[in-house]
Design a protein around this ligand. Sequence first.
Ligand SMILES: [Fe+2]
Length: 239
Amino acid sequence: MNKEELDKLSCGSAEAFPKQLTRDDFFKCPVWSADAPQFVNDLNKASDEYIEISKKNSKENIDKRNKKFGDKGDRNEIYHSTSLIGDLSFRQLQEYIGATAHNLLIEMGFDLTNYKVFTTEMWVQEFAKAGGGHHTLHTHWNGHMSGFYFLKASEKTSRPLFEDPRAGNLMNLLPQKDVTKMTYASHQFNYDIKPGKLIFFPSYLPHQYLVDMGYEPFRFIHWNCQAIPKGVLSVVHKK
Ligand SMILES: [Fe+2]
């Protein structure tokens, strides 16, 4: 803005005020990612039977739906496993997640001296072969660190989309100048994902999964971690 425009806008009052301001960033929201393809084969193999069981369990409902409304195969289904916690095939990942979540919470500035971090939920899921698999926007309540490890994914599959956790900001957004750039006006973002991609994020961060078209299999492990006060743990232990 040139001087003439500034004078016009401010009726001349901006003349004496600083034109260059210092910008600070507060209330940042971290997301961490890494590539760890070395675990993909083993964890896919270990996941297969969980997904097969989920497919078997879902079959009756899918058949019922198709009979009632017309055959759409398994469209829209998501095959969720039961808990993977404690399964030896996933033990290494589980321990890595717990230790990493602990370190990341410390990196965020939290004092975990009196807390112990547990991986409280971990499961694998695969989207429908016929497409339509998705997750609506959600957060993971009662948790502190969440994450994904992708086992089957490509540019043809779904992907996670993260949303601004500041509800107040969402209520007052203005149109963005360039939606391809991450700016203060951005309210969502996503990552390019592929097998082996690992993502950690605070559990308060809302995320969703875009509708999968069914071109290729889409499978990933999802987890949630919780920091529990050691005082509570010792009470439970004494009991
Ligand atoms: Fe989630």
